[in-house]
Write a protein that binds this ligand. Structure first.
Ligand SMILES: C[S@@+](CC[C@H](N)C(=O)[O-])C[C@H]1O[C@@H](n2cnc3c(N)ncnc32)[C@H](O)[C@@H]1O
Length: 301
């Protein structure tokens, strides 16, 4: 891991000292429907991708108070890895994952919904750009939108999704958006893709590696994603991104006058259950949580 630490340090220095010149390349495919891509994505929790899942679930847990863990909707749920854990690990009463890709939904149903005895986890086909025409106002205590904002072609599309997320969220509810963040140059982006994506290649998931690469190229910068929060919002919004190498970002909309963090972090036992057992994800989770601990929570409105 010494080599990985040195590579990461090199990327941190390079990004810090660079001027932002890397233009965005939109995702070649908006939906993930190709059977190989879907099956590799469904297995990605065995790889370094489990780091993003562990971090996401940890922050959802820290933020959302226990007493409002009733109804949750996970927008662009993909293979349903996080959706299912919002139900099983974070103990929401009723969780629905929505996506527009039928193959993703089939995978999510097969791997998760059909395996649970209760009907408190379900997956439904939905174009999330039409979210508030399908769901009535104020019915979810939690709306999550994870690793998917970069799949939208314009910031206007993302703005519309976030404002619809607010419409379907209860007044005392929480909106949590997590996504990758574009780095300053192509050179440092490629270095990061190589370092983190090595694990996907090692597992033989070439298609998932390409998906990760496309995602890093299509990601919105922290400033771009922050600009998608509407000035007319009824929530209080915050943003968090890891210090040093801001490759990820969290944007959180919470009820005004409430605290962002309401619970201690998930226990190490639970985190270990989410993280892939391989040494590389264990190492990169440590690096990421350390960087997030030292990061400043930014107020957006
Ligand atoms: C990169 S995946 C993220 C999956 C999941 N949230 C995760 O973190 O594992 C992005 C997902 O967004 C879905 N998607 C893209 N545009 C969509 C839309 N307009 N409505 C619903 N789903 C959409 C794709 O089909 C894909 O499954």
């Amino acid at each position: 891991m010494i080599k990985a630490n040195l590579k990461l340090l090199g990327a941190v220095l390079q990004n810090t000292l660079s001027k932002a010149v890397f233009l965005r390349t939109p995702e070649p495919e908006v939906l993930i429907t190709d059977p190989l891509s879907v099956s590799e994505y469904a297995k990605a929790e065995e790889t370094n991708m489990s780091v993003i899942y562990a971090m996401s679930l940890d922050y959802i847990h820290r933020i959302v108070p226990q007493e409002i863990r009733d109804k949750a909707i996970d927008l662009c749920c993909g293979p349903g890895v996080c959706t299912s854990k919002i139900s099983s690990l974070l103990e929401f009463n009723d969780v629905i994952g929505v996506d527009l890709s039928e193959p993703m939904l089939n995978s999510a149903r097969k791997n998760y919904a059909l395996k649970t005895e209760s009907s408190n986890l379900s997956f439904k086909k939905l174009d999330i750009t039409k979210l508030d025409s399908v769901y009535e106002k104020a019915q979810f205590n939690l709306v999550t939108f994870m690793c998917a904002a970069h799949h939208f072609q314009t910031l206007q599309d993302v703005r519309s999704v976030i404002s619809q997320a607010e419409n379907v969220c209860t007044d005392n509810g929480y909106i949590i958006i997590i996504d990758l963040a574009r780095l300053k140059t192509k050179q440092v982006t490629d270095k990061y893709i190589q370092l983190m994506g090595e694990d996907y290649l090692k597992s033989g998931y070439t298609s998932f590696y390409n998906e990760f690469k496309n995602s890093m190229y299509a990601a919105w910068t922290t400033e771009e994603l922050a600009s998608c929060v509407s000035p007319d919002t009824r929530k209080k919004w915050y943003q968090l991104s890891p210090m040093g190498l801001p490759t990820l970002q969290l944007i959180v909309g919470i009820p005004p006058k409430k605290s962002v963090f309401n619970n201690p972090p998930l226990s190490q036992t639970v985190i270990k259950k989410i993280l892939s057992k391989e040494p590389f994800p264990q190492w990169s989770y440590k690096a990421l949580t350390r960087a997030l601990t030292f990061s400043k929570l930014k107020t957006l409105n």
